[in-house]
Design a protein around this ligand. Sequence first.
Ligand code: AMP
Ligand code: MG
Length: 316
Amino acid sequence: MGTIASLQLPGEIPFSPLRQEAERIYKEVTDNFSAWDSSSALSHINQEAGHSSITVPQTFSPLLSRTLIVAKQSGGAFNPLVGPLIDCWGFHGRKDGEIKIPTDEQLEKIKPLIQFDQIQIKGQQIGLARKGMQLDLGGVAKGYAVDRVWVALTQRNVESALIDLGGNLRCIGESKKGRGGWNTAIRNPFRRRDLVASFLLHPGEAVATSGNYERFVEINHKRYAHIIDPRTGHPVEGTASVTVIAPTAEKADILSTTLFVLGQKDGMRFLEKYAKDCDAIWIPDTPQTPTLFCTKGINKRDFNSSWKTVILASST
Ligand code: AMP
Ligand code: MG
């Protein structure tokens, strides 16, 4: 998945079997959902777009169906067919080596390829209606993978753990008896090595961050985030990072990407309507006036930051 995985297990338990189990799960998720590996199930679906359906492993359709729910709820801010736009902007590395801003005409041509109601799911058969359509579950697969490891460890009676896959975290129990969970932190999007805020993850909870500093392309000295607003065809500007705390890592992952696209105002509306059980922290792309915009639930998490912190009022 092009990132680093870590597993913290503070108890005195045999580590190797758990590590092996986590590695097995991460490999399975990559085999199913990787957009980079041309032999993954997802790549097979993309290769057959406009042709035929592919029989996928059992776990594939449920995850895809759940992402389609968020795609609809968010009015297409999250779009699992974002692949052709990602390609067009060169986020997966352009074959011709040259990076240019796509023309309006090019973006217009891609529009029919990102209509997510044209994904056909019939049980374990998945097909894309048009040639050129490309599934990309990069905004949700890591969180999903973390949940799978979380379930596996819980079933093996692990009582305390922190699972981290490239900034998608979920905890089991407490880091130490009496802590009330696991203390976690948010990176400074303007100086990656620094942390800007810390807070408590309650037992079982997850957190994910989408940031414009993780993956980007530079065109004419301007940085373009790897997250695209499918409604405009352009990379999202104005936001440096969005962190979401949620009951599961899949939810935290998909919502961090979704809220990055929606921005603060529409993002708050979305949370109030569809995800009341989540908290979010937006950092606007204003390094001169660094500010954190947080939902009010953050106050119940020993939240600490030296930056200016604004608690967002409800949108209604
Ligand atoms: P994340 O780091 O979880 O925010 O995921 C970013 C990844 O999600 C990108 O690298 C793309 O693969 C994919 N992506 C980018 N924009 C969108 C979008 N609007 N909807 C769904 N997936 C997206
Ligand atoms: Mg995400």
